[in-house]
Design a protein around this ligand. Structure first.
Ligand code: PMP
Length: 286
């Protein structure tokens, strides 16, 4: 079946879907994006993802390309046209098309909107979660507003490639103070020797992951101890468990960091439990 993309008002064959050469996303990474999980044909945590999209747009002073209602229709239509039951939907908004000039284009230049959707083999993710993944660490060399979900992802791209070349699945960024910030496309978590869940506080130094937020709800409801604070690479190496979170990985256990085993080198019970319970706390849209 051929794939379809939504590009600025039209559904077009994926292979032919394109934006203008002077789209500011292409030239300046002047745009933002969101990725939503699709389960059983429904969007997971849509409200929170669209709230975060609004926030990112506001921070960059990009006028939303359409209201939330119509955007919800486009997301669903793109999912349906691609016959995705289990997968993801990706949306990207840029500051539009204008003659190349660093300063913002003229008032009224419409933002560009692209939406794509594809299937994800969640069974394969479940299998990966059974054995856990390896991560490497590297210096966090990103700008100081990574709380905005921009398409400017070059440091993240290089970090993920470094992880891949090292035989790992994710790279954790470490700041100048020696604290882990987050992964190249995931949030970073550890479980201490006393069973406390720890993840860095969501200031400007990390993206406030939606999966992360849902895990806070889960922890509160299931009376798990959780601390929002910085942790060092050394604390992570000595942790009982470690894991990453994101919309497409959900909770993915980490079994080694920079080649050193975490805990007994197997996925821990806390990560397993959070993964199993995740969808009981996520919001599933109609
Ligand atoms: N941090 C970064 C840098 C990311 O790119 C992502 C994935 N979008 C996350 C964290 C996790 O966010 P979410 O749980 O909303 O997918």
């Amino acid at each position: 079946m051929s794939r379809v993309a939504y590009v600025n008002g039209q559904y077009v064959p994926h292979a032919e879907a394109s934006v203008h050469v002077e789209d500011r996303g292409y030239q300046f990474a002047d745009g933002v994006y969101e990725v939503c999980e699709v389960r059983d044909g429904h969007l997971v945590d849509e409200r929170r993802h669209l709230d975060r999209l609004d926030r990112s747009l506001k921070e960059l002073r990009i006028t939303p390309p359409m209201a939330r209602g119509p955007l919800g229709v486009v997301l669903r239509e793109t999912v349906a046209r691609n016959r995705v039951r289990d997968g993801l939907v990706y949306m990207q908004v840029t500051r539009g098309v204008a003659r190349r000039d660093h300063a913002f284009p003229a008032e009224g230049t419409p933002a560009s909107l692209v939406v794509t959707s594809r299937s994800v083999n969640f069974a394969a993710n479940d299998r990966a979660a059974e054995s856990g993944i390896k991560v490497i660490t590297m210096p966090d060399n990103r700008w100081e507003r990574v709380d905005i979900k921009t398409v400017g992802l070059l440091p993240n791209v290089l970090a993920k490639q470094a992880a891949k070349e090292a035989g790992a699945k994710e790279a954790w960024f470490v700041d100048a103070a020696g604290n882990v910030t987050e992964g190249s496309s995931t949030n970073a978590w550890i479980v201490t020797a006393d069973g406390v869940l720890v993840t860095r506080s969501a200031d400007h130094g990390i993206l406030r992951g939606i999966t992360r937020t849902v895990l806070f709800d889960l922890a509160a409801q299931e009376q798990l101890r959780i601390e929002e604070r910085a942790f060092t690479r050394a604390e992570a190496m000595a942790a009982r468990e470690a894991f990453i979170s994101s919309a497409t990985n959900l909770v993915m256990p980490v079994v080694s960091i920079d080649g050193a085993k975490i805990g007994d080198g197997k996925p821990g019970p806390m990560a397993r439990r959070l993964r199993e319970r995740y969808h009981a706390y996520a919001e599933v849209s109609a």
